[in-house]
Design a protein around this ligand. Sequence first.
Ligand code: FAD
Length: 459
Amino acid sequence: MIHKERVKNLNEFKSLDSHQGDYILYWMQASVRTHWNHALEYAIETANRMEKPLIAVFGLTSDFPGANSRHYRFLIEGLLSVKNELKDRGVILSIQVDKPPSAVLKYSDDASVVITDSGYLEIQKRWYDELRASVDHPLIQVESNVIVPVETASNKEEYSAGTFRPKITRKLKHFMRPLQPRTLKVNSLDIDVESADFNCEKLMKKLGLKDELTPSIFQGGTKEAIRLFNEFLSEKLECFEKFRNDPVKNCLSNMSPYLHFGHISPLYLAYKASRVGDCPEFLEELIVRRELSMNFVHYNDNYSTIKSLPEWAYNTLMEHASDPREYEYTLKELENAETHDKYWNAAQKEMVFTGKMHGYMRMYWGKKILEWTDHPEKAYDIAVYLNDKYEIDGRDPNGFTGVAWCFGKHDRAWGEREIFGKVRYMNDRGLERKFRIRKYVERIEAIENRLSRSKTFIY
Ligand code: FAD
């Protein structure tokens, strides 16, 4: 079922049927999958109603802010399988190494309607604006990377999970509906479209990318996401409640890279998990926390900077900006994991080597950057920079929100102390008290040793 709340007209053309054109154009961008993709299914429904073929286009831009070889490789792995899966459904995909709006505009003149999915970052909103101004046919957006459409969940920036939770929970029953694949009536496989040579290495080369970072330990694509998720459901969901915070046990779902690139649907994950068993803690992370992040970036124009913080957090940090620091590190020292703190260094190395730091360690990691940098604004920028460079799930609403949380966003004021002011503090003794944290350090050291011997990575 495709709820009407997911569908938005991005330009002034309202009626679809009065528009002449040879085909329906689906611009795939944020939901890089054929599985549980409302935008794709809506495009197929539209094509069937107009009895026209459906063409899909993907613009692979070489200058997505902060993206490097690690991110592109994962994205391309997903695209590789999407091209074949679309073909199986009668849809031809044109992949162009170009900025997305230019790739779309090459095909939009002859289309009756352009349909796209939905992302919430500034650059994605800029692309929609560019197309809004230049597409001469209806331009329609369908939200499929959230369970509850962002503006339906709330019409304003939420203060915290506490204010957001009741709003989104009320709407879940309405939106938690499985999505069935539609059958396309007129296939487009004989239509000649321009497409880049479809091979991962060739595309990487065309984008000018060398593997400057080791690839992440995850392989892109829906199939791999579903395999990992099934493993999670059968082996880890049971212990998620008790051990999700424990970096030694590592019983997380590892879905964040796949969610970030749109290789898996959050609706599918929530639907599937809730059928396996009672899992409120997992649904809290996947729905409340994740969609609170979308709420933050959608409504807060400053989401990537310290200016996004609530007044109390910003003011208290600035009041303590010149407090003396016991330890102070440069970006380079932090990047190279050269601090006095072996737990922090292990977390940084986990991110650098594997492309994914454990969720609990991310909180500790961000808090310490604030503590060891000579100014909170600089610390904020460093945390965003490192997160986006090394995390395979970086450059995501969750990443911007995670960093903001370390600096007080979505949290309350705590007792005042040096450097942090009223922002919540974390220390290494907490790690030692709660977990066998030395085991975590040993695991990361083992990864480092293996990596330095083989240069290829086996987790
Ligand atoms: P699981 O625990 O299995 O959770 C399932 C899903 O729920 C996740 O995939 C994610 O989509 C969502 N989720 C879990 N925890 C959170 C959370 N705290 N906030 C919002 N959503 C959550 N997440 C990213 O996706 N990208 C980032 O770049 C990122 N950077 C972070 C930086 C900092 C400083 C902090 C504190 C958190 C960051 N997070 C980020 C949030 C969270 O740590 C990760 O989503 C989580 O660790 C991903 O692992 P998983 O998929 O195995 O999580």
